[in-house]
Design a binder for this molecule. Structure first.
Ligand SMILES: C[S@@+](CC[C@H](N)C(=O)[O-])C[C@H]1O[C@@H](n2cnc3c(N)ncnc32)[C@H](O)[C@@H]1O
Length: 398
């Protein structure tokens, strides 16, 4: 896709081609291309329309129904923030009184659109001309072009004095290959620009990889880890006046109207260690990455069984959003033979396998167990006081 193709897709003929592509593209791509050509759509336009429709279909998982009107590139979609996460961030910025925001490296505009929908005036800057043009088209399609404008250029040159707050979601993929970048110094805009930004603008938010080294978190910033339906999706640094607590785990759901849950704390405490007890609580990954396991242990009246492993053990199945609860039926020092014998005796033919602190591969273990039977069980591969251990469990419902 290039700028000319994008412009063509936005003409009346392009809109008709997109509609036609949406109708024919569900099956075989070659058949869809021929159907469009048979309907008189020029080959280049047909190819561009079919690509857009395919990307929009994929984007529905991130943006819901709004995806149907968006213009997307493959790389832009991969890097874009999910709608539910962007909407929550925008609501928090609005609640903090932010009325004008710069989005430095706005990509296709997922974060900026959410901020504009929340009533914030957003100035987007994007280095890639096609991505910038698509972001502007997305603002129009969303009906917020008066609140979200896009400039194609270098975000590091933007005059931040024009706005009350700044958001930056640096590119963390290598341009040519699309490979993920783990070294923050290779981010674009670069990490030193991002950290200086936080020093210059009193209200700065930076989206970062969820695996960020805690040592890189600027002093005084709030670090937030976000999961959606149990998948860890990102971390964000809320700097300056926007920082409310040292560490936060935010658990969201893609389910419409779900309020989300948040656990906060200093993130510097260790949970107490004790024996394996009747119930195991498997904390949400956002809680683990935020180093809030000790805070969760307080809520659940739970302890660890190994100081280095974030499974919590309690006498009660206290329900809550921050951890999945399993009832432990058996505790075995890890031995394939013993485990196989026990599962045979119980008629267990189906297992889910969870692991923390074990080098075993679940798929290999499943093969080696040669399961047979109608019953189901959850196996937890872990360490207890340093010793490789398997816990046979049943999920606690509700
Ligand atoms: C991770 S993406 C942003 C995604 C966006 N937050 C969203 O949810 O749609 C980062 C973007 O920053 C852009 N970028 C990288 N360096 C830049 C720079 N110096 N100036 C402007 N844009 C830049 C990249 O082209 C890329 O589109």
């Amino acid at each position: 896709m290039d700028l000319d193709q994008l412009a063509a897709l936005r003409t009346a003929e392009g809109v008709a081609a997109l509609d036609a592509a949406a109708r024919v593209s569900a099956g075989d791509p070659l058949a869809a291309a021929s159907a469009l050509r048979a309907a008189g759509v020029p080959a280049g336009l047909a190819a561009a329309a079919l690509t857009q429709v395919e990307l929009r279909r994929r984007a529905t998982a991130k943006f819901g129904a709004a995806a149907a009107g968006m213009f997307l590139t493959r790389a832009g979609l991969e890097q874009a923030t999910r709608g539910v996460v962007a909407a929550r961030r925008a609501a928090r910025l609005r609640a903090a009184g932010v009325r004008t925001l710069a989005d430095l490296g706005c990509g296709l505009g997922a974060d900026a659109l959410a901020a504009a929908r929340a009533g914030i005036r957003v100035y987007g800057v994007e280095a890639d001309p096609l991505t910038a043009a698509m972001a502007a088209a997305n603002a129009e399609a969303a009906g917020v072009a008066d609140l979200f404008t896009v400039e194609c250029g270098d975000a590091t040159k933007f005059d931040v004095d024009r706005v009350e707050a700044v958001f930056c979601d640096p590119a963390r993929r290598a341009g040519g290959t699309g490979r993920r970048i783990f070294d923050p110094n290779a981010y674009s805009p670069p990490w030193d620009f991002v950290t200086r930004l936080a020093e210059r603008v009193p209200r700065t938010v930076v989206k970062v990889a969820p695996g960020i080294d805690h040592g890189l978190i600027p002093a005084g910033a709030e670090a937030e880890w976000v999961s959606v339906d149990g998948d860890l999706v990102e971390a964000a640094l809320w700097c300056g006046e926007l920082a409310e607590v040292p560490r936060r785990a935010t658990l969201l759901s893609a389910q419409e109207g779900h309020p989300g849950n948040r656990l906060t704390g200093a993130g510097d405490r260790e949970a107490e260690v004790g024996p394996v007890r009747r119930f195991l609580h498997d904390p949400d990954p956002a809680v683990v990455r935020a180093h809030l396991v000790a805070e969760l242990a307080d809520e659940l009246d739970a302890t660890l069984a190994d100081p280095a492993i974030a499974y919590l053990y309690a006498d009660e199945p206290t329900p809550g959003p921050y951890a999945r609860c399993l009832e432990i039926t058996d505790v075995l020092p890890f031995s394939l033979k013993r485990l196989r014998a026990l599962l045979r005796e119980r008629g267990v033919g189906r297992v889910e396998i969870l692991k923390r602190g074990s080098a075993l591969t679940p798929e290999q273990l499943r093969r080696d167990l040669r399961l047979a039977g109608d019953a189901a069980a959850s196996l937890v591969l872990t360490r207890v006081a340093g010793a490789p251990t398997v816990l046979v469990c049943q999920p606690v419902r509700g």
